[in-house]
Design a binder for this molecule. Structure first.
Ligand code: SF4
Length: 166
């Protein structure tokens, strides 16, 4: 059986963060330290703000890793744009996969919701905070708070396989 995507030597990846505490980003950096010499041959970081300030682009992405939940219309729009430009989308961490714990305000009682209404409106937040899959199609999920490193590595391997990266 053929590969789902055209074979590549390297895959272009984006690491994008929405509403969250970014702890999976820290884990990813630690993994990058451990796997640097292997991954440098297999990954091209097209968008990763923790690695580079300039030259980040969300065009023509093979795999987009998305951390965090969607809390604003602006973020929802950006997520849709990423989906259009990425062959595979991976939700990373509990906030991205389930919305929680970033989505705690969804379950506030009415009195507490009223107390934060001004802030919600002032910063253009949506009525509810959403996991990524509420907004766009997601191909793989890496659960955990922060992400489960073993599942992340397994998922990355699956991505390499889909593009025939050895
Ligand atoms: S899943 Fe947990 S560690 Fe990751 S961003 Fe959300 S709260 Fe932070």
């Amino acid at each position: 059986m053929g590969l789902p995507f055209a074979k590549k030597d390297k895959i272009s990846v984006a690491w994008v963060t929405f509403a969250c505490s970014e702890d999976s980003s820290i884990l990813f950096l630690e993994l990058l330290n451990q796997h640097f010499f292997e991954w440098i041959k297999k990954l091209e970081f097209r968008h990763c703000r923790m690695l580079k300030e300039k030259g980040n682009s969300l065009d023509d992405i093979d795999v987009a890793f998305i951390e965090g939940a969607i809390a604003t219309e602006e973020d929802a729009k950006k997520a849709k744009m990423i989906r259009e430009n990425a062959k595979l989308v991976v939700s990373v961490g509990a906030c991205a996969c389930t919305g929680m714990p970033s989505a705690q305000r969804n379950v506030f009682d009415e009195k507490t919701k009223e107390e934060i209404r001004l802030v919600i409106e002032r910063f253009g937040h949506m009525e509810k905070v959403h996991p990524i899959k509420d907004i766009i199609k997601v191909d793989y999920e890496v659960p955990g708070c922060p992400m489960d490193e073993k599942i992340f590595l397994e998922t990355l391997e699956r991505c390499f396989k889909e593009f025939g990266v050895k």
